[in-house]
Design a binder for this molecule. Structure first.
Ligand code: IYR
Length: 221
């Protein structure tokens, strides 16, 4: 163990088995109500709520604790319009020419297409950037397991927003290079995902999906 790394006592809480079970079930039931929402009102979400959700995302574990992420909260209507236009150019090309028929068939039940109105109707979105490396005093410093680390952070961000009553939509325009350009991000950052957020329209409809049961996703050996 390296001398210069300080260790502190873990703030660990053990719950009695009954409470443990109750907490696990309650968390699952609440998370099971989360659905990806495509239809938003323009109602503002309090900034403090989004800030705390991003703080939560920033608690994710990461390779060598490099925390290789940047979250850009985009509220400015002009920037959102610009991003929507650029995303729709790429998405139109993807849906019409780049995605094979099997992929389009798989998406058909979800009702998605190249139109991305939510990018301008929702009050804000977060563009998550992955830092492939760091730059310290002009020198490149290595980051590790960047995709895994940022993926975990995004999952925690979605859970944190859901917990606060904020609906989200993971959007992956492809290719995503325009996001770094419009948001003027440095060369070490690559757009990883766009997360639209807000309040669903009243009587919001979502696809009637079923989730795989535990017997399909868990093997105990
Ligand atoms: N990138 C597009 C298309 C898309 C792809 C998958 I896989 C989805 O589950 C949903 C959409 C988009 O973000 O709309």
């Amino acid at each position: 163990m390296s001398e210069e790394h300080k260790f502190v006592t873990l703030d660990y809480r053990e719950y009695p088995p009954e409470e443990m079970k109750q907490r696990a079930e309650a968390f699952y039931k609440d998370m099971d109500r989360r659905r990806t929402v495509r239809d938003y009102t323009d109602r503002e979400v309090p900034l403090e709520v989004i800030e705390n959700a991003v703080r939560t995302a920033g608690t994710a574990p990461s390779g060598a604790h490099k925390q290789p992420w940047t979250f850009v909260l985009v509220r400015d209507p002009e920037i959102r319009q610009k991003i929507r236009e650029a995303a729709e150019v790429e998405e139109k090309e993807s849906y019409q020419h780049r995605m094979p028929q099997t992929w389009l068939d798989d998406l058909a039940p979800l009702g998605t297409d190249w139109h991305k109105p939510f990018l301008t109707t929702c009050p804000a979105f977060i563009v998550v950037f992955a830092q492939n490396y760091a730059v310290e005093e002009g020198a490149k410093k290595k980051h590790y397991y960047v995709q895994e680390s940022v993926g975990i952070a995004v999952g925690m961000l979605i859970a944190a927003l859901h917990n606060a009553g904020v609906a989200t939509l993971t959007h992956t325009p492809s290719p995503m290079g325009f996001l770094g350009e419009i948001l003027e991000r440095p060369d070490n950052e690559r757009a990883y995902m766009l997360l639209a957020l807000g309040y669903p329209v009243s009587d919001c409809k979502v696809p009637d999906l079923e989730r795989k049961g535990l017997e399909e996703i868990l093997r105990v050996v």
